[in-house]
Design a protein around this ligand. Structure first.
Ligand code: AMP
Length: 461
């Protein structure tokens, strides 16, 4: 998880980067930062917190220059060290170099040890810092050779933006795990994790950066090239971006996320219809679009049986047991007037640990539902993600421990059905171009640690 933005050749570069971050806030609420360059000096502001809390008119004014890169961070570990905020900025060979990274590298340990043996001193625990050390260690060369040399050493998931003096550089791993799109913005360009950032900045969508592609953008000039051998690699876009993570108004992996979610819901309706249901309702917001597709496919009424309070972020803290007991209702309020006495289909995008779903279902039951039939718009999640989605360990994934009947019992529903793997893939434009390791345990790229525990599909050892 994480959102990244790069702006080239625009007099208000940092302000546009800020807007881009605003659109990408859902990709990470832990910390955010912007680095800009004014032709002479580099400026940086980064901190923990939401985009809206970190930047104000004064800080944005201090971020001078016509190039900028930006990052919004999702912390995958408990420690929210300020040092780990991005973009990561260093000065090397008298030039400033900044990087913002989305994705998880899978050969971090190997690179880390090699670099440490070679004298590198690390300041953070971010894999992005490794990339900077590799750039510093690589022989001085013109930009193209330099980036090919360094990026070819990385394995796993990386969508990256760099700022190097007046240029911005965008790069995507050969599998294309995480999205990265390119837009035209006045005389210059914008790079962003998702197209919703282009919409907000009024940029014109140009295209996605291809898997394995590197673009160096100076002003209005783009130099594009590919990492050697990347064209032979099988594509492995993260299907969970489509299911849950990306914004529904984004177009990524050549498809609109809203429409994909509706198709997932429609396919789910074909595979697991519900006889005699009074209506279909989503768990907001995650289940909204799949529920719509489900209801439309079966011609069933669609109701918003739970209303969301939009002023509660994902970060609602529960400092005491007394407050913890209100945690579910603070975000979603079930409506007795709609729910009581009804036979309901509840659609949700996914189940990870099962605990949130159980609380939601209890609330719906308490509002008087007669029957609750739950439908999930993806298959059971059974394996962790090594490429950037924050799933817990195998042991904490409920579908890894329990059968579907046992999960239904745990979350207290009258019936439970998941979308099949084939059904999920059948609604994708290119069903062969996706990573589905979280559902199948088949990993398309080397995973860290004990690889014998995992099935590596097509991975060159
Ligand atoms: P639960 O019932 O506790 O498994 O929570 C399910 C809800 O959390 C669904 O809306 C999921 O989409 C959402 N969710 C998505 N990704 C994650 C994640 N990485 N960790 C936890 N919950 C997630």
């Amino acid at each position: 998880m994480c959102g990244i933005v790069g702006i080239s050749d625009h007099p208000e570069a940092s302000k546009l980067a800020y807007l881009g971050l605003y659109a990408l806030q859902h990709r990470g609420e832990e910390a955010a930062g912007i680095v800009s360059y004014d032709g002479k000096d580099v400026h940086i502001v980064k901190d923990r917190g939401l985009v809206v809390d970190i930047f104000d008119a004064k800080t944005l004014e201090s971020l001078k220059g016509s190039v900028a890169i930006a990052h919004t961070r999702y912390s995958t570990t408990g420690s929210s060290n300020k040092k780990n905020c991005q973009p990561f900025l260093v000065t090397h060979r008298n030039r400033a170099l900044a990087v913002a990274h989305n994705g998880n590298l899978t050969n971090t340990e190997e690179l880390y040890h090699r670099l440490e043996e070679d004298g590198s001193i690390f300041q953070t625990s971010m894999d992005s810092e490794i990339i900077v050390h590799l750039l510093a260690k690589a022989p001085n060369a013109e930009h193209k050779k330099w980036f090919v040399n360094v990026l070819s050493q990385l394995k796993g998931a990386f969508s990256l933006v760099f700022m190097i003096e007046g240029a911005i550089v965008g790069a995507r791993d050969p599998q294309g795990f995480r999205p990265l799109v390119l837009g035209k913005l006045g005389n210059g360009y914008i790079l962003a994790s998702e197209s919703c950032a282009l919409d907000l900045t009024k940029a014109e969508f140009v295209r996605e950066i291809d898997p394995g592609e590197v673009v160096i953008i100076r002003g209005d000039k783009i130099d594009s090239f590919y990492l050697p051998g990347s064209e032979k690699e099988k594509k492995a876009h993260c299907i969970f971006e489509n299911i849950y993570f990306a914004r529904p108004d984004s177009t990524i992996f050549n498809d609109n996320v809203y429409l994909v979610r509706k198709r997932l819901g429609a396919q789910l309706a074909k595979e697991a219809p519900a006889k005699g249901a009074d209506f279909v309702m989503p768990i907001p917001d995650s289940g909204v679009y799949a529920a719509l597709g489900y209801a439309q496919e079966l011609g069933l009424p669609y109701e918003m049986g739970m209303i969301r309070n939009h002023y509660v972020g994902r970060t609602f803290t529960q400092p005491t047991q007394f407050l913890r007991d209100f945690r579910v209702r603070v975000k979603l309020n079930p409506m007795r007037e709609v729910i009581a006495g009804k036979k309901i289909i509840v659609v949700e995008d996914s189940i990870v640990r099962g605990t949130t779903s159980r609380s939601r279902i209890r609330e719906i039951r308490a509002a008087g539902a007669k029957e609750i039939h739950m439908r999930i718009s993806c298959p059971p999640i059974v394996s962790p993600c090594f490429y950037g989605i924050d799933f817990p360990s195998k042991e904490e994934l409920i579908a890894n421990e329990k059968t579907i009947a046992e999960i239904a019992k745990f979350i207290e529903v009258d019936s439970l059905s998941y979308l099949s793997l084939d059904g999920m893939l059948s609604v994708m434009k290119d069903s062969k171009a996706f990573c589905h390791a979280c559902f199948t345990g088949k990993y398309p790229v080397l995973v860290p640690g004990n690889t014998s525990k995992y099935v590596l599909e097509g991975v060159k050892k």
